[in-house]
Design a binder for this molecule. Structure first.
Ligand SMILES: Nc1ncnc2c1ncn2[C@@H]1O[C@H](COP(=O)(O)OP(=O)(O)O)[C@@H](O)[C@H]1O
Ligand SMILES: [Mg+2]
Length: 475
């Protein structure tokens, strides 16, 4: 799925589709199908025998058949509708729970406990109501079917006494035994039908996901290692469902090996521009070229191999430090390379202090690490990837001045032989760049070197006075 799918759909609902809905389908396609086949064949066999033994008598069953059919049809429809609602409520519960778990510190510090409790209680209540309706439907439906069948049997019994007057006792008993064997498999069929409807409803929601357009990956161009020239030509981009242009007619030329700093007030479109480079979103107008080849012509995997991306929000996995650094390239990377990357990112200092060093488990999303430590791990991951294009989106924002200065040294070394795009707010990082690009409201408003922009740039001058002046004193 493209990134837009994940930003448009709620996490809880995506997760519950994979866990709950798939479970429902599994149940319907294993147990229920088995019951369907076994009991269905039993019913057919019994009916065949009954018709063969005495078709006039057996036609009693065909009298009640339409009644049963109407009932089953109604219940099937209702089951499906209730199951759909039930899935929604399971999704809501997952959603509320996961938000609460992930945001536990905010919940606690802003006194959101009561609010979250209510929200969860509400979701849980909805879920219970839907489930009760579901159970109630089946609890009324099954006995009702039984009742109708019993009525038919009573009628049958009565008629048998009249119609089978001249039949022998053996024939009579055989016929009635077969007739009285019918209700059990019919009950099981009706129960299985309920389960099947739940399964079908769940399957529909899964197929909705499967039918969503896949991440576009039509390109076939591949290159082991690009040189790293990047060009934006008249690129405009709008996030789906938004009206405003997030990027408005961007034209940029970044030479291979250059370091480019993107600056501007937040919301200017810097992160968006970077996301387009990795093709997390598809631009609507213009073209982006890497080494002169449009991004769409690259195979996605190959394109993303060329880019090492570090964002402000570091994602770490519940695994060892080493595996987190080597994420995505676990095989084919030696321990030495991991250590070197960690050293370059100045992460080795704190890693060595950990109990098991590189083999320490860092826990769920690295919650036991500080912001700066997490960023250093993310940098190490990017250094290890050793891609020709390095993108740092506020990747050093959580570092203190001292670690930043160290990392800057490492970055200087890494940046030398690759194209680097940095979004940064620190003057020292920006001054080092070959080109500074100032973005405002999705446009590139100015570009040039630090000294050029200080002389001629209006927007840059304003940013400089507001943001950097105080820093330049301490730097
Ligand atoms: N996933 C998204 N869906 C819709 N709008 C978004 C999304 N991400 C960012 N935007 C909007 O796009 C604009 C540019 O955002 P962004 O590129 O993140 O700015 P910057 O990184 O310069 O602070 C903002 O107005 C923001 O609200
Ligand atoms: Mg941003």
């Amino acid at each position: 799925m493209p990134v837009s799918f994940f930003s448009e759909n709620n996490n809880g609902h995506i997760i519950s589709r994979i866990t709950y809905n798939v479970g429902e389908v599994t149940r319907a396609t294993s147990d229920s199908i088995r019951t369907f086949v076994r009991e269905g064949l039993t019913v057919i066999g019994l009916l065949a025998y009954l018709i063969y033994a005495n078709w006039q008598l057996s036609s009693v069953f065909f009298l009640v058949a339409p009644l049963v059919a109407v009932l089953v049809k109604y219940v099937s429809k209702r089951m499906k509708r209730l199951s759909k609602k039930m899935q929604e409520t399971v999704g809501d519960m997952t959603h509320v729970t996961s938000e609460m778990v992930v945001g536990v510190e905010v919940v606690k510090s802003f006194g959101g406990g009561e609010y979250e409790r209510k929200r969860f209680a509400q979701a849980s209540l909805n879920n219970r109501q839907q489930f009760l309706k579901l159970v109630m439907t089946m609890s009324i439906h099954n006995p009702l079917i039984q009742f109708i069948i019993s009525l038919a049997l009573a009628g049958l019994m009565y008629l048998a006494l009249i119609l089978m007057e001249d039949a022998g006792p053996g024939e009579f008993v055989a016929y009635l035994t077969a007739a009285f064997l019918l209700p059990r498999p019919i009950r099981q069929l009706s129960e299985a039908n309920g389960e099947m409807r739940r399964g079908v409803a769940a399957a529909e929601s899964l197929f909705e996901v499967l039918d969503e357009p896949l991440e576009e990956d039509d390109g076939s161009y591949e290159k082991d290692r690009v040189v790293g020239g990047i060009e934006f030509r008249n690129v405009s981009f709008t996030y789906a469902k938004e009206k405003a242009l997030a990027l408005n007619n961007i034209n940029l030329k970044i030479k291979a090996g250059q370091t480019v700093a993107l600056v501007g007030v937040s919301g200017g479109g810097k992160s968006t521009l970077i996301k387009l480079l990795s093709r997390f979103y598809e631009y609507q107008e213009g073209g982006i070229y890497l080494d002169g080849v449009e991004l769409k012509d690259y195979s996605l995997a190959n394109l993303r191999e060329q880019i090492a991306l570090v964002t402000q929000h570091v994602t770490l996995f519940n695994d060892t430090v080493a595996n987190n650094i080597a994420y995505g390239c676990l095989e084919g990377v030696s321990r030495d390379q991991v250590v070197r990357a960690a050293t370059d990112a100045h992460a080795i200092e704190f890693i060595q202090k950990m109990l098991q060093g590189l083999d320490t488990e860092i826990g769920e999303n690295g919650l036991n690490l500080s912001g700066g430590q997490r960023q250093r791990l993310a940098l190490a991951r990017a250094f290890l990837k050793n891609a020709p294009v390095l993108i740092l989106d506020e990747a050093t924002s959580a570092l203190d001045n001292e670690s930043e200065r160290f990392i800057q040294l490492a970055l200087d070394k890494v940046m030398k032989d690759r194209t680097t795009i940095v979004v940064a707010h620190r003057l020292s990082t920006i001054q080092r760049a070959d080109v500074i690009i100032v973005m405002e409201e999705g446009r590139v408003v100015e570009q040039g070197t630090h000294s050029e922009l200080l002389k001629t740039g209006v927007a840059y001058k304003r940013l400089y006075d507001l943001q950097f002046n105080s820093q330049s004193v301490e730097a």
